[in-house]
Design a protein around this ligand. Structure first.
Ligand code: HAM
Length: 409
């Protein structure tokens, strides 16, 4: 019986994995160069970690289950809540700010389509302990650096959920949260009918629509000020100052609502310009407060997660491969072949025959797997302390001593 993999999951073959690892390496290198250190939390958590504040959008998509002890558990749909839980449990005594990064799989019960999976990977960072615009500027510029270095064509949009929340402050929390979600989905029709249904007054309605349509350069802050005169724009202005100094290209977009409920301030998203269709959001993040909900002190934090699979889909990273060598041996010389292979493995990728094939078939396999060189171990050469080396690309063959072999490889 053939067993298919579950819907929304994927298998990754070696070529794909090599590419994914090369991309991951770039992300790790850049995050580490900013002082971020890797953390890892469990694949499953108590369900309530995500139901407390992650928002209905996520809750509907959670892979939740009961374990044999009757506990309600969930596969993590994201890593921000788990990292903050870990921070509250283990790290409150550490010097602040804390800079953590992660690369891990997440699970969401969504309708699968191009770029949207039920198991997917996020590379993300959380900067814990600062409410300063400097912290937001740092994480935004870090996300930007990673996407830029991976040569992705993208648009970075930065907003502030504080504005929308300020407008919606007098509404029932569930109504406000539903409005945020409709804005996040850019579902304008849905938003209109929901505002009708909940009888939101026309001034507020106008303000909501004017605000979410504000997308552009820094100048739109002035228009936003007209809509919400008593809002303090100095935080977002400072973020812009720093990003401008770093030549980070972005648009301000006060229609960013984010699908998760925990954000409190600056939020941002990056969209790939090509290659992904509808699921083109490759990065999402912002500042938020969660620690107090998990039993800790109220601690500001900011961070982002890159959609690793979406990035892998569009990114053309160069994979640097080591030379591949096949040590081919005549019958009875397998031990010698294994010894020579061991000697060469700190210089190249070296494989030996394990199928007990004849020399011709071993060479043909070497070609099939795209090896660069074949080292042929034969009785006569070995007596003189030598082996034959065949360049599989040019077909050229020569006999060399063991010392010379090391130079060739
Ligand atoms: P998010 O926007 O829900 O944010 O997810 C971050 C990124 O993960 C998205 O921009 C998208 O590229 C990718 N992603 C989400 N769902 C899927 C899926 N089903 N298949 C493939 N890729 C997907 C968060 O998760 C926040 N925890 C980010 C954050 C960190 N905010 C503060 N710190």
């Amino acid at each position: 019986m053939k067993i298919e993999r579950p819907r929304g999951t994927r298998d990754f073959l070696p070529d794909e994995m090599e590419k994914r690892r090369a991309i991951e390496k770039v992300m790790r290198r850049i995050a580490e160069s900013y002082g971020y250190r890797e953390v890892l939390t469990p694949t499953f958590e108590h369900l309530e970690l995500f139901t407390i504040k992650s928002g209905e959008g996520i809750i509907e998509e959670i892979y939740a289950f009961k374990d044999k002890g009757g506990r309600d558990l969930a596969l993590r749909p994201e890593l921000t809540a788990p990292v903050i839980r870990m921070f509250v449990n283990e790290c409150t005594g550490m010097p602040k700010p804390l800079r953590f990064y992660y690369f891990a799989n997440c699970f969401r019960y969504e309708r699968p389509q191009k770029g949207r999976y039920r198991e997917f990977w996020q590379f993300g960072v959380e900067l814990i302990g600062s409410a300063s615009p400097l912290a937001d500027a740092e994480v935004i510029s870090l996300a930007y650096r990673i996407m830029d270095e991976l040569k992705i064509e993208f648009d970075l949009h930065i907003g502030h959920v504080g504005l929308l929340r300020h407008l919606l402050r007098d509404l029932d929390e569930n109504v406000a949260s539903k409005i945020m979600r409709l804005i996040d989905k850019k579902d304008i029709e849905g938003l209109e009918s929901y505002l009708d249904e909940t009888k939101v007054d026309s001034d507020l309605r106008d303000s909501i629509f004017s605000l979410v349509e504000l997308v552009g350069s820094r100048d739109i802050i002035e228009s936003a000020r007209e809509i919400i005169p008593n809002f303090d724009f100095s935080h977002i202005e400072k973020v812009c100052d720093i990003l401008d100094a770093l030549d980070v290209e972005y648009k301000l977009d006060f229609g960013i609502a984010r699908g998760l409920d925990y954000y409190t301030g600056v939020v941002f998203e990056a969209y790939a310009r090509e290659g992904l269709g509808a699921q083109n959001q490759i990065c999402g993040g912002g500042s938020y407060r969660l620690a107090h909900l998990f039993g800790g002190d109220d601690t500001p934090a900011t961070g982002f997660a890159l959609g690793f699979d979406r990035i892998a889909e569009i990114c053309k990273v160069e994979v640097v491969r080591k030379k591949k060598v096949v040590v081919v041996s005549f019958k009875g010389l397998e031990g010698e072949a294994f010894k020579i292979a061991s000697m060469l493995r700190n210089r190249a990728v070296v494989v030996t025959d394990v199928m007990e094939r004849n020399v011709k078939k071993q060479l043909s396999y070497a070609n099939d797997i795209n090896a660069d060189l074949a080292v042929i171990v034969g009785e006569r050469e070995l007596r003189d302390g030598k082996v034959a080396v065949k360049d599989l690309k040019s077909g050229e063959q020569k006999t060399v001593s063991m010392e010379e072999l090391l130079d060739v490889i």
